[in-house]
Write a protein that binds this ligand. Sequence first.
Ligand code: NAI
Ligand code: HPV
Length: 318
Amino acid sequence: MPTPTALISEHLSQDPADWLAERCGVVRHAHDQPGFRDELARAEALIVRTYTIVNDDLLDAAPRLRVVGRAGVGLDNIDLDACKRRGIEVVYTPDANSQAVVEYVLGLMLDAVRPRADLPAIADDGMYHTMRKQHVGRQLDQMTLGILGLGRIGKRLGKAAHALGMNLRVCDLLPEADLRRDVDYPFAFVPLEQLLADADVITMHVDGRPENRHLLDEQTLGHLCDDALLINAARGMLIDQQALADWAKAHPHARVILDVLDPEPPAPDEPLRTLPNVRILPHLASRTDTAMDNMSWVVHDVWAVLEGREPTYSALPD
Ligand SMILES: NC(=O)C1=CN([C@@H]2O[C@H](COP(=O)(O)OP(=O)(O)OC[C@H]3O[C@@H](n4cnc5c(N)ncnc54)[C@H](O)[C@@H]3O)[C@@H](O)[C@H]2O)C=CC1
Ligand SMILES: O=C(O)C(=O)COP(=O)(O)O
């Protein structure tokens, strides 16, 4: 076969990129830089992460494309139907960053109930004793965790949270029996509204399918406890941000941690930016060296498709 070209439009670790370059042409060109469409016109493979929007408009400019590799998990930036219609395979890396997300969310929870990282250095003995009086935290084993979405990430997080003694509530679209088959720890399976009402900490791990847009809106947010801690490290589009800002303003004892927003980065006038009980983080959940490498090995499946072999992980239904 003539040597195909793979176009890499976002970060990819060096070793996987080198591995692919030993097999085919590799071009790195950022999706938001001039000249991207010219490279796209020559590419048989496109390797993306979160921010390259693969829709009809992009695919119209990619007549030779045979495979899109998503280095990562979320597929909401890729129009799977459009790819399928054109016979373009989509491959991705399920579970490549689950552990990174779990450790990140656990860290956020631990720090929220008992802050350590931001404590000032001890200046004198008076401050030493004052700090001991002031900094009394809470324990996770006294809390209920609501996991919205018991998929790959949610299941691992549930295991860790159970090991720490947390009481678990779970909401998922899948049948309860299917979920229980995959986990060996106890949880209560509840509807969304009950999960929001019962939990001290709510963590979101559902996917960004279009129907999930504004899953948390003014109505559903109204079920949260006044002092809830809400963490979203899944997708920004899951939450109506104006409704969340209104809710956070009205509930000063509640806290919100958002690793993801819609759009990213958030608009300069995004109301959530200025609220003292809202913390915005720049989509960091998957950013460990291990997870970034794991995701980048999507090149294995990209190359499999280019060679006419079955990929290990196809994002397209048969
Ligand atoms: N912030 C970050 O860096 C990262 C974010 N993510 C996001 O996390 C999402 C979840 O990842 P995985 O656990 O691997 O996905 P998954 O597909 O294994 O799990 C998603 C679960 O959510 C459930 N679900 C979907 N819609 C629902 C709804 N409306 N109500 C209740 N349950 C619902 C599904 O049935 C499934 O069990 C990804 O789709 C991605 O968007 C993933 C990795 C890193
Ligand atoms: O895998 C996912 O869904 C992610 O959100 C990972 O984010 P990234 O593409 O590594 O910035």
